[in-house]
Design a protein around this ligand. Structure first.
Ligand SMILES: Nc1ncnc2c1ncn2[C@@H]1O[C@H](COP(=O)(O)OP(=O)(O)OP(=O)(O)O)[C@@H](O)[C@H]1O
Ligand SMILES: [Mg+2]
Length: 369
């Protein structure tokens, strides 16, 4: 008796029809509820000209643009609330937010998998889900764990994905699949059945599916989820490589430092709302870094720093940190030394995205939505 996963239990016809209707190269799921699958782009497919990115409404060059995008699930949960997102062409765009903040819901709306409650989403200049048919062939997607046939090998899963794409030339299928497996480091495990794959291997296979064709846009929902540190590094490298080829990459993550490492731009979500968006450099610069004093005399240091106007003092294992004051920092340092504090280190740490997030929301990053 085969131990069938949820993916395998899906009607074979459904998988095939969806593959053809959406000509999706990327693996996607988004099928956990069934009731949320209201969007059916097939009936009203827009088969017009090539998608473009000319918005004509101030969002020229935006690869993704949403206006007031809102999703309230049937249970009443407001998962995404009036989202105004602008993803510039050529960016590596980090979609950041703690668990339950609405990232996957947004991505599912962008990919035409669920219908928004209100508002609009344009992808490659075309409205979604109406233009799914023309837009999705240019988009590779990996959404919350790929749908795989466990009884097929990794390679056979990819051959199946490729075969579901009517634009894919069957004569070059094997070469394409081998190249995709190679890109994600799965060549050695390509013959293994997908049900014997680890979480990280499944994630890599999903990514390979999204990379079968050159894409104008890659949408990756938590692409490093389940990967070991080495795997994470490899995927980050791959994302940089793809971006340098001109592909716009939109990736969600709840890992702040991951976004800082790979993304040129980011948007921060909390509880379904957009908190901020822009170039990563500017976002972090908007928050002030902390003054960090390394010293064994932390109690004395804290007293002197307080006198010098340093607020929000925190005594740490290695010294004291606080809000940098408005006065000359060299004077603050001199005051510490004059008071006999043994200063081993003194400086302002560069503000991180996490500082920016905390400054904007007043909360730690690990809040649940
Ligand atoms: N199918 C659904 N039906 C009802 N509510 C849902 C459904 N899917 C998600 N939600 C709710 O919508 C909110 C946003 O969920 P979503 O999956 O979009 O968050 P996320 O940012 O992707 O989280 P994570 O980082 O955990 O993947 C959560 O409160 C969640 O419980
Ligand atoms: Mg998610």
């Amino acid at each position: 008796m085969e131990d069938l996963s949820a993916a395998e239990q899906r009607e074979p016809g459904e998988a095939d029809t969806r593959g053809k209707a959406h000509t999706r190269g990327g693996a996607e799921t988004g099928r956990e509820s069934g009731t949320d699958r209201e969007a059916d782009a097939r009936g009203e497919a827009d088969t017009g000209r090539e998608p473009d990115t000319r918005g004509g409404d101030g969002t020229a060059d935006a690869v993704i643009a949403t206006r007031g995008l809102t999703k309230r699930y049937r249970g009443g949960q407001l998962a995404v609330d009036g989202l105004e997102l602008t993803v510039p062409a050529g960016s590596v765009f980090g979609f950041l937010g703690p668990n339950g903040s609405g990232k996957t819901t947004t991505i599912r709306m962008l990919m035409g998998l669920i219908e928004p409650t209100s508002g609009t989403a344009r992808v490659l200049g075309r409205p979604m889900p109406r233009s799914s048919r023309v837009v999705l062939p240019h988009v590779g997607a990996l959404i919350e764990g790929p749908a795989l046939y466990g009884f097929l090998s990794g390679r056979d899963n990819l051959l199946r994905y490729d075969a579901a794409d009517p634009t894919a030339d069957p004569r070059t299928r094997r070469t394409r699949v081998s190249a995709a497996l190679d890109r994600v480091g799965l060549t050695a495990a390509a013959g293994k059945k997908a049900r014997a794959y680890s979480l990280g291997m499944k994630q890599r296979l999903g990514l390979a599916a999204a990379l079968l064709q050159p894409r104008r846009l890659l949408v990756l929902d938590e692409p490093t989820n389940g990967l070991d540190p080495q795997g994470m590094r490899e995927i980050r490298l791959l994302i940089r490589e793809l971006a340098s080829d001109g592909t716009t990459v939109f990736l969600s993550s709840h890992l702040l430092d991951e976004i800082e490492q790979v993304c040129s731009h980011a948007a921060v979500m909390a509880q379904g709302r957009l908190i901020t968006q822009g170039a990563v450099r500017d976002l972090a610069a908007g928050a002030r870094g902390r003054l960090v004093v390394t010293t064994p005399d932390s109690a004395d240091a804290a007293r002197v720093l307080k006198e010098q106007g340093v607020a929000d003092l925190v005594i740490t294992e290695t010294g004291v940190t606080g809000e940098p004051p408005d006065r000359e920092l060299a004077d603050v340092n001199a005051a510490l030394v004059a008071a006999g504090v043994r200063v081993r280190g003194f400086g302002v740490e560069r503000a991180s995205l996490e500082d920016a997030f905390v400054a904007l929301t007043g909360e730690g990053f690990d809040v649940a939505g």
